[in-house]
Design a protein around this ligand. Structure first.
Ligand SMILES: O=P(O)(O)OC[C@H]1O[C@@H](O)[C@H](O)[C@@H]1O
Length: 237
């Protein structure tokens, strides 16, 4: 029996962080941000913790250095602790989730919203459809799968839980966002019935194309992720 007052007697895992940055791309579905280290393969922005570094600091460092994203505060998603998940040895990964619009990621071109506009950076950063991430390691694919499951379940119960829409939006704008996230068409009446109790009408209207002006709403509920989905890791799918 090892002496538990002497931690050096216990084998030690390395701890890593990884972040699934999900991005609903209009007309093209839900995407995930991948980064490339220069040599090696596409991966989620992640890193082994540096000495004395906290998890949130490591996440912020990776997003800044590998994904060119600043001032983000991703939420913890799940701990991936399969002992053989990294070929190099015992590495536990604390995975995080963030959600951004294409503009916030910095891929703002409407004709090609998932492409990095700077050709130099395009070799280091790209958006990939969440259903086609086979270029990632199996471990990072699993992180994407759990992140997508979490995002979808949040959107079933909460209007725009990550606040991607403007403060005021029409039901149609809201449904279009939820359809990108869910990856399927949502029945308009059912969607309306589910979401209306969670919305506050502004009393104003928005002109959309040539149709009738649409009533606008704001969210009644605040961002739900921190209080929601605890323990729900998408294992049932
Ligand atoms: O890129 P470095 O810091 O070497 O390793 C970090 C990666 O090691 C993996 O287990 C983690 O999933 C993370 O992505």
């Amino acid at each position: 029996m090892p002496d538990s007052t002497q931690l050096t007697q216990f084998p030690r895992p390395s701890v890593a962080v990884d972040t699934a940055v999900l991005c609903p791309v209009p007309g093209r579905g839900l995407h995930v941000l991948l980064t490339h280290p220069g040599d090696g393969v596409w991966q989620l922005p992640g890193s082994i913790l540096r000495p004395q570094e906290r998890l949130a600091e490591a996440v912020a460092r990776c997003l800044r250095e590998k994904a060119r994203l600043v001032d983000r505060a991703p939420v913890q998603l799940h701990v991936f602790d399969q002992p053989d998940r990294d070929d190099r040895g015992w590495v536990i990964s604390v995975a995080h989730l963030d959600v951004l619009s294409t503009r916030d990621v910095g891929f703002g071109d409407a004709s090609s919203p998932e492409t990095e506009p700077d050709p130099q950076d395009a070799r280091r950063r790209k958006l990939a459809p969440v259903h086609s991430v086979r270029e990632l390691s199996a471990e990072h694919q699993e992180i994407v799968r759990v992140a997508v499951h979490r995002l979808r379940s949040l959107h079933e119960r909460t209007p725009d839980p990550f606040g991607l829409l403007p403060d005021e939006f029409s039901l149609r704008q809201l449904r279009e966002l939820h359809e990108i996230v869910s990856g399927e068409n949502l029945q308009a009446d059912t969607f309306r019935r589910t979401m209306l109790p969670l919305l506050a009408p502004t009393g104003r209207a928005l002109t959309q194309g040539r149709g009738r002006p649409a009533q606008t709403f704001t969210r009644r509920s605040e961002l739900a992720l921190r209080s929601d989905g605890e323990g729900d890791q998408g294992r049932e799918t």
